[in-house]
Design a protein around this ligand. Structure first.
Ligand code: NAD
Length: 474
C-alpha cells in the first residue's frame, strides 16, 4: 500500500527540480537504464549569477549569528527527515545504491545526523596568550562564499559534509553536483531551501566547465572539493588565480593489513563491508587487503562465505544490499582491472564477469586471491565491487607495501588491538581504523594525506576549515 504513496512523493520531488519537458539532459535509472528524469543544464552564466546572489545574501546570513543558524540547521534536519523516503528512493534510482543495507536510507539518515552534529559543535574563541601584558584571542569568522563540488558515489551525504559546516560558520554556499547524480542533490537542496533564507544555498547543475568556473571564480573564497585526484590538481591550479582556500578530499586506495593471529571468522563481515559498502564505490573503502600467510586461506574462504550471502540487484527491491555500478565508465574500469588480474595469473575466487542477468551495469562481488603489488587491480583505485587479496609473511614488508602508493586516505589493521595500534602508527594515511574500515563520525576529523588531498572535515576542525581566523590582540 505504501508503495503507491511513496512513488507519488518521489515523483513530486523529481518534478520540483528537473528541467521542463523537452529540455535538459536525460538521466537514467542506474539499475534499469530506463529514463529517470532531465537534469537542468546550467551554464557558466548561471553560475556567475548564483555566486553573485550568494555573495549578496552572505552578510545577512552571517548577521543572524550562531544561535539562529544552529536553529535553522536543526529545522533543515527535520525537513530532511520528513522527506527521507522519497529522497532515498530518488537517490537509489539515480545512483543505484539499494534502499536497504548501508545504502540509500542510511545516506539520507546521515544527512540529518550530520546537520544536527554540526549545529551542536562548539567553536568558541581561543585565548592564545594572556600573560598580564598581552591578551590575544583567536576568533573564527565567516569566509564569504563557499563553492561545494561533489562526486557521484555518496552525492547527498558528501554535499551535506560540505554545506553544513559552511552554513554554520556564516558562509553562503553554491553547490555543483556531479553530472552523474544531479537530480538527487537538487532535490535535497530544494528540501533544505524550504527552511533556509533565499540565496543562502544555491545549486547549479552543470558539467565540468561549470565546476571549473566555480573553482576559479574571483568571488569564491573557499572550495570544498570531493572527487578524483586528477580534478583536485586542476582545482589547486585554479586557486592560484582567486587564492581560494581549499579542502580536497581526493581518491583513495586504502590498504588493510590482517595480522597473524587474527580470527578470520570474526572479522569477515566487517572486512566485507569495509570493502564493499556502496558496492565498492566509496573513497575510503578497503581496496587492497594484505593477509598474513598463516591466516590467508581462511580469510579468503571466510570473505567468500560472506559474499555469497549478500543479495545484489535493483535498489528499490527491499531484499538487495548491493547494486549496480553507477555509470558505464566506472563499469568499464572494473571489468578491465579484473580481466587484467586474471590474465596476469591472479585467482578469481568469486565473481569475475559481468552479471548481465541483473542488468547492464551490474558486476558481482569479485574477490581476487594471489594478487600481487604492481598489478593494476592493486595499484589503481577500482572504485567498484573488486578486492585484491595479497599474501605477506613479514609485517614490516606489509607496512612498506601499504605505503608504496600515491594515495593516503584510509587504512586498517586487523588483529590484536595493541599490536595493531603500533602498526597503525607507521601507515601513511589520514585515518587508520583498528578491526574495522571506513566508519566516519561527525565529531571525528576526516581527511587524507599525500595524493588523497589536504584539509579536514567534521567536528571543530571542520568548522575551522570553513572559517577565516582572526586575532583580536589587546
Ligand atoms: P571527478 O573528479 O571526476 O568529479 C568530481 C566533481 O568535479 C564533479 O562534480 C565534476 O563535474 C567536477 N569537475 C570536473 N572537472 C572539474 C574542474 N576542472 N574544476 C572543478 N570541478 C570539476 O570525481 P568522480 O568520478 O565524480 O568521483 C570519484 C572520485 O572521487 C574517486 O577517486 C573517489 O575516491 C573520490 N572520492 C573521494 C572522497 C573523499 O572523501 N576523499 C569521497 C568520495 C569520492
Amino acid at each position: 500500500m505504501s508503495d503507491t504513496i511513496l512513488a507519488v512523493d518521489e515523483t513530486a520531488l523529481l518534478e520540483r527540480v528537473q528541467a521542463p519537458e523537452g529540455q535538459g539532459r536525460p538521466i537514467l535509472d542506474a539499475a534499469t537504464r530506463a529514463p529517470l528524469g532531465r537534469a537542468p543544464e546550467h551554464t557558466v552564466h548561471d553560475l556567475d549569477d548564483a555566486v553573485a546572489r550568494a555573495r549578496a545574501a552572505q552578510p545577512g546570513w552571517d548577521a543572524l549569528g550562531h544561535e539562529e543558524r544552529r536553529a535553522l540547521l536543526l529545522a533543515v534536519a527535520d525537513r530532511i527527515e520528513a522527506e527521507a523516503e522519497p529522497l532515498a528512493r530518488l537517490l537509489s534510482r539515480e545512483q543505484g545504491k539499494p534502499l536497504n543495507g548501508p545504502n540509500a536510507r542510511f545516506e539520507v539518515g546521515a544527512c540529518s545526523a550530520w546537520l544536527r552534529a554540526t549545529a551542536a559543535t562548539p567553536l568558541d574563541p581561543e585565548v592564545v596568550v594572556d600573560d598580564g601584558e598581552v591578551h590575544a584571542e583567536l576568533h573564527y569568522r565567516a569566509l564569504g562564499v563557499v563553492g561545494a563540488i561533489g562526486p557521484w558515489n555518496w552525492p547527498l551525504m558528501i554535499s551535506i559534509w560540505q554545506i553544513a559546516p559552511a552554513l554554520r560558520m556564516g558562509n553562503t554556499v553554491v553547490v555543483k553536483p556531479s553530472e552523474y547524480t544531479p537530480l538527487s542533490v537538487l532535490a535535497l537542496l530544494s528540501v533544505m531551501n524550504e527552511v533556509l533564507p533565499a540565496d543562502v544555498l544555491i545549486g547549479v547543475s552543470g558539467d565540468r566547465e561549470v565546476g571549473a568556473r566555480l573553482a576559479s571564480h574571483a568571488d569564491v573564497d573557499k572550495v570544498m572539493f570531493t572527487g578524483s585526484t586528477a580534478t583536485g590538481r586542476r582545482i589547486v591550479e585554479a586557486s592560484a588565480g582567486n587564492l581560494a582556500r581549499l579542502t580536497l578530499e581526493l581518491g583513495g586506495n586504502d590498504a588493510g593489513i590482517v595480522l597473524p593471529g587474527a580470527d578470520p571468522a570474526a572479522i569477515a563481515q566487517d572486512l566485507f563491508w569495509g570493502a564493499f559498502i556502496n558496492t565498492g564505490q566509496t573513497c575510503a573503502a578497503l581496496k587492497r587487503l594484505y593477509v598474513h600467510d598463516s591466516v590467508y586461506d581462511d580469510v579468503v574462504d571466510a570473505l567468500a562465505g560472506v559474499a555469497a550471502q549478500m543479495p545484489m540487484g535493483p535498489g528499490l527491491d527491499e531484499s538487495n544490499v548491493l547494486g549496480p555500478l553507477q555509470n558505464r565508465q566506472q563499469f568499464d574500469i572494473v571489468a578491465r582491472l579484473v580481466d587484467d588480474a586474471r590474465s596476469d595469473g591472479a585467482r578469481v575466487v568469486t565473481g569475475g564477469a559481468p552479471a548481465e542477468e541483473l542488468g547492464e551495469l551490474f558486476y558481482p562481488i569479485t574477490l581476487i586471491a594471489d594478487a600481487t603489488d604492481g598489478q593494476a587491480v592493486v595499484d589503481e583505485e577500482q572504485f567498484g565491487p573488486v578486492l585484491p587479496i595479497i599474501r605477506y609473511t613479514d609485517v614490516d614488508d606489509a607496512v612498506a607495501r601499504a605505503n608504496r602508493l600515491e594515495q593516503g586516505l584510509g587504512a586498517s589493521v586487523w588483529g590484536d588491538r595493541d599490536t595493531a595500534r603500533q602498526v597503525a602508527a607507521r601507515i601513511q594515511a589520514g585515518t587508520v581504523w583498528i578491526n574495522s574500515h571506513g566508519g566516519v563520525h561527525p565529531m571525528i576529523p576526516f581527511g587524507g594525506v599525500k595524493g588523497s588531498g589536504y584539509g579536514l572535515e567534521f567536528g571543530a576542525e571542520g568548522l575551522k576549515a570553513v572559517s577565516a581566523p582572526q586575532v583580536i590582540n589587546g
